[in-house]
Write a protein that binds this ligand. Structure first.
Ligand code: SAM
Ligand code: SF4
Length: 499
């Protein structure tokens, strides 16, 4: 272990509480049954018939979850016409459940000290070239002042390595600091209203403390569900080396009271077909055992990182066509689950993803520690974890999407009104959530355009709002009076009014 990132062995040994894993196992086995997954993949027809695919699409369009066997069938679709039908169905589902809204957020890296040695990550403990840093509470405030006061973000995903320097006490304190910042803007004020957390797999006790600090979604990616590959990527003597400790962290999170959990796989470590099937098994397991599936699914694709041990000829890297198929199948398999695509991907892929059912994207992203307030050297520092593919600003992204008829939503009302967990899933399934969300999307979009939008973006965004208001008048007359009242007040500088 390198000197500057050393953590005591006793700290490392205290992390994993095996009893908090074993209680969930069935006959000593976890829920990823590799033989079963491989059998299902092998049993799927090599060239699925038109009828077979259409029957599956009809089920997705009725907002029903697909079975792993059905997912295995879709994986084998290569016919161009059928792929187009899958695209059309994914878009139709997205519009039916989420309407023409896209939610944005920013990644916020608070500390990159890490005791683990994941082969693909620039923060890994063996990477002596990484500059290590943990932001002080004052530095966090400076970053949030830029995120909420200059760029205009309302949602963050905060990211931490696994290390005593950015342990649970630090996470709790940093969440409080982030929520405390309020910055004056052009016409009102800005603040962060929802903080999602991407952090290590914690114990139930630690997760309870993080939950009390006001977390949005708790996000942990399994990276790879394939046990042999997992062992290759995560040395056994590290905390992350315990596959099952990570696999069951969402069970622990829900037991700790966290309603919204985000799962994911790092596509490119192992065969994407296996990872996709496993993601479906994971969300189904959560639904079966804890009554609610994943709130979001992420599908980051491996990108080159400083001193990463995975090179360009690694066998399992995922090409663009397969990556698009992965997105389509997730949308079709779990129609009501949020889907996140980050700026790791290039702009052209993210533009397509908008029409494939993706619901959340980041923008103006910096992944260097301190990268928002220290922008001069940030691009250089960003290379430490990996290199970003889409460097568009939030203003550019919003203008591009508005030009295509999509409203960027900064709504965080659901979480603050208690519309989380099972409640939000039921609303999404019934289509009722869309009613609140559309109204809140318009209100928050107006706020953002007034506070941060450039003239060019306002010129595209304001006519879109006018069009949306006409639709509200026609489709949602019951909420019209209060909505119009809020809209007028927001235009005069009041902030954070929501239904
Ligand atoms: N340390 C925590 C953990 O490992 O869960 C959270 C921080 S880690 C930086 C967040 C995520 O970054 C990881 O779960 C992994 O999926 C992703 N990541 C790491 N290296 C990557 C790479 N080279 N390309 C794309 N994503 C990467
Ligand atoms: Fe550490 Fe997370 Fe990077 Fe692994 S992926 S080295 S745990 S920061």
């Amino acid at each position: 272990m390198s000197v500057e990132t050393k953590a005591s062995t006793s700290w490392i040994n205290r992390r994993i509480k095996r009893d908090q894993v074993e209680k969930y196992l069935e006959n000593g086995q976890d829920f990823i049954n590799e033989t079963q997954i491989n059998t299902e993949l092998a049993a799927a027809p090599k060239e699925p018939s038109r009828q077979q695919v259409r029957d599956i699409l009809a089920k997705s369009m009725a907002v029903k979850d697909l079975t792993p066997e059905e997912v295995a069938v879709l994986i084998n679709v290569n016919d161009k016409g059928l792929l187009e039908e899958m695209r059309a169905a994914a878009l139709a589902i997205k519009l039916k459940i989420y309407d023409n809204r896209i939610v944005t957020f920013a990644p916020f890296y608070l500390g990159n000290y890490c005791v683990n040695r994941c082969s693909y990550c620039g923060f890994n403990n063996d990477n002596c070239d990484a500059q290590r840093k943990v932001l002080s509470q004052e530095e966090i405030k400076a970053e949030v002042a830029v995120l909420a006061g200059k760029i205009g973000h309302k949602r963050l995903i905060v990211v931490y390595g696994e290390h005593p320097r950015n342990d649970v006490d630090y996470i709790v304190e940093s969440l409080k600091t982030i929520y405390s910042v309020r910055v004056k803007t052009r016409n009102g004020h800005g603040s962060i209203r929802r903080v999602n957390v991407n952090a290590p797999a914690f114990s139930i006790e630690d997760l309870k403390r993080i939950n009390e600090a006001g977390i949005g979604t708790y996000q942990v990616f399994q990276e790879t569900y394939h046990k042999e590959t997992y062992a290759r990527m995560h040395p056994k003597d590290t905390i992350k080396g315990d596959y099952q400790w990570r696999l069951y962290c969402m069970h622990r999170a829900m037991e700790a009271g966290i309603d919204d959990v985000g799962i994911g796989a790092l596509f490119g470590l192992y065969d994407w077909r296996f990872e996709l099937m496993s993601l479906i098994y994971h969300t189904q397991e959560l639904e079966k055992k804890l009554g609610i599936g994943a709130h979001t699914i992420s599908f980051p694709r491996l990108v080159p990182a400083l001193n990463s041990m995975i090179g360009p000829d690694w066998k399992y890297l995922v090409n663009d066509d397969d990556f698009k198929k992965i997105m389509l199948i997730i949308r079709l398999a779990v129609p009501y689950t949020g889907m996140i695509i980050t700026a790791r991907e290039k702009a052209s892929i993210r533009d397509e993803a908008l029409l494939m059912g993706v619901t959340q994207m980041d923008a103006s992203s910096r992944i260097a520690i301190g990268g928002y307030s220290d922008a001069v050297t940030a691009q250089e520092k960003d290379k430490q974890q990996f290199i970003l593919g889409d460097t568009r600003s939030l203003d550019d992204l919003i203008r591009d999407f508005a030009g295509r008829g999509f409203i960027t939503s900064f709504c965080t009302a659901g979480y603050r009104c208690g519309r989380t967990g099972k409640c939000i899933m039921d609303l999404l399934r019934s289509g009722a959530e869309g009613k609140f969300c559309k109204l809140n999307a318009i209100l928050t979009f107006q706020e953002w355009l007034d506070d941060f939008g450039s003239e060019e973006t306002r010129a595209v965004g304001l006519p879109l709002i006018a069009k949306e208001i006409e639709q509200v008048k026609a489709r949602n007359p019951k909420a019209l009076e209060i909505f119009m009242n809020y809209h007028e007040r927001i235009k005069k500088g009041e902030r954070d009014l929501y239904l």
